[in-house]
Ligand binder design. Structure first.
Ligand SMILES: Nc1nc2c(ncn2[C@@H]2O[C@H](COP(=O)(O)OP(=O)(O)O)[C@@H](O)[C@H]2O)c(=O)[nH]1
Ligand SMILES: [Mg+2]
Length: 390
């Protein structure tokens, strides 16, 4: 699918920059992207998005210094300057794209406030679906971040056609700070969504047996709400490449297992694919959630054409269907020149995710406390003394 990415705020910009980098190296060029921010330095730090595609907004309000964690200001400057954002998108070209994807960290200010506003306008102007990848803050970032994320997400789900969630707290390691984890987390994000959004594009490795086109991705996502993505990668499947990569030891390492891999039967191939899809769905999801509440699903397999197997794909689709709430499971394969098979499972329109419930509860109690402390501040001076002026 051909995707137009908009990276909003610092996290969003960095991640879209990585999608563009990945696309340059890929066998199909199917991504384009711009970055929007209120902070000049964040835009300067990008590497792959062209300079003319980096848009600074809110200059009259924050003078290029960013809105901090004030997402209300983030939303306001986005609304005020929506025409220049749309102009930047139009000048990059939209006639051949299949979808827009807005990427943002929901806990901060610019991306948190700006992305719901942008989603609304994109939907008003273009016919293509508008998706979002929203990143949830870790609780250790403080309650303001959770509060911002809850407000942003509640708005975003109503504006975007579907919102994929990536939860920073589920992905950072014990004892590791969120900041130290960023680059590893971003790799995980770009790897998963790169496979998903590139589905259906025809590269050098030819056309798959069961091709997934963009309309199938779009149909999977049409229930709206929030979605989560699972991913798994196989061991090296190409014995010749394995041999080469081992250099000096190549001749010595041809053990039984490798030999048997060269004569994989259909049964083996399909078992391998089913196992991989199971690992993708039962492993760590971008948003840990109860997969049995998903309304729809999409199963994607990317790998060398000789490793693909129609029966394996069909069987794994049935397995996913038995495990989710709905009955609509789409899927297929797409060939890439690679030594690995990657499986992506999209769990679309999730009914229950404890992390989201927790986030909304934190936000509610934070709001009540903010209101109470405001009350205290005003009652302290509320003892009948006349102010000098009103
Ligand atoms: N996964 C990931 N999260 C990030 C990254 N940078 C910032 N965040 C998170 O995104 C949220 C918003 O931060 P930021 O993007 O700086 O805010 P903004 O620039 O005002 O939109 C916070 O919860 C950060 O922890 C990043 O590179 N990767
Ligand atoms: Mg920041």
């Amino acid at each position: 699918m051909r995707v137009f990415f908009i990276g909003f705020g610092q996290a969003g910009g960095k991640i879209v920059d990585m999608f563009i980098e990945q696309d340059k190296r890929s066998q199909t060029q199917s991504f384009r992207g711009i970055a929007v921010n209120t902070a000049r330095t964040d835009l300067m730090g990008l590497k792959n998005i062209e300079l003319k595609d980096r848009l600074l907004i809110g200059q009259t309000v924050v003078k290029g210094h960013g809105v901090g964690t004030d997402n209300v200001t983030g939303a306001r400057v986005t609304a005020d300057e929506i025409d220049s954002i749309i102009n930047a998108i139009d000048s990059r070209g939209t006639h051949d794209i299949d979808a827009f994807v807005i990427v943002a960290g929901l806990g901060g200010g610019t991306g948190s406030g700006g992305s719901p506003v942008l989603a609304r306008h994109l939907k008003r102007i273009y016919r293509e679906p508008v998706y979002a990848i929203g990143i949830l803050p870790a609780p250790e970032e403080g309650r303001l971040y959770s509060y911002n994320a809850a407000r942003s997400l509640s708005t975003l789900v109503n504006e975007a056609d579907n919102t994929f969630i990536f939860d920073n707290s589920a992905w950072k390691n014990e004892g590791e700070s969120v900041k130290d984890a960023y680059s590893r987390l971003n790799d995980e994000i770009v790897r998963r969504f790169g496979v998903l959004f590139r589905a259906g594009e025809v590269g050098k490795a030819g056309v798959g047996e069961m091709v997934v086109d963009s309309s199938e991705i779009i149909n999977t996502l049409r229930g709206g709400g929030i979605s989560s993505v699972g991913y798994a990668i196989s061991e090296k499947v190409n014995p010749r490449a394995k041999q080469q990569s081992k250099g000096l030891f190549a001749g010595l390492t041809r053990n039984k297992k490798e030999k048997s891999e060269q004569v994989l039967t259909g049964e083996d191939k399909s078992a391998k694919i089913i196992a991989l899809v199971r690992r993708a769905m039962l492993g760590r999801l971008t948003l840990p959630c109860d997969y049995s509440t998903a309304e729809r699903a999409l199963v994607l397999l990317a790998g060398p054409p000789e490793e693909m197997d129609r029966k394996g794909v069909e069987k794994s689709k049935s397995w996913v269907e038995e495990n989710i709430a709905g009955v609509e499971v789409r899927g297929g394969d797409y060939p890439v020149q690679s030594d690995y098979i990657a499986a992506v499972v999209v769990l679309a329109t999730i009914g229950n995710a404890p992390r989201i419930t927790e986030l909304l509860e934190t936000a509610k109690s934070t709001k009540e406390e903010v209101l109470k402390s405001k009350e205290k501040r005003t009652t302290m001076f509320d003892d009948g003394i006349e102010p000098l002026f009103e």
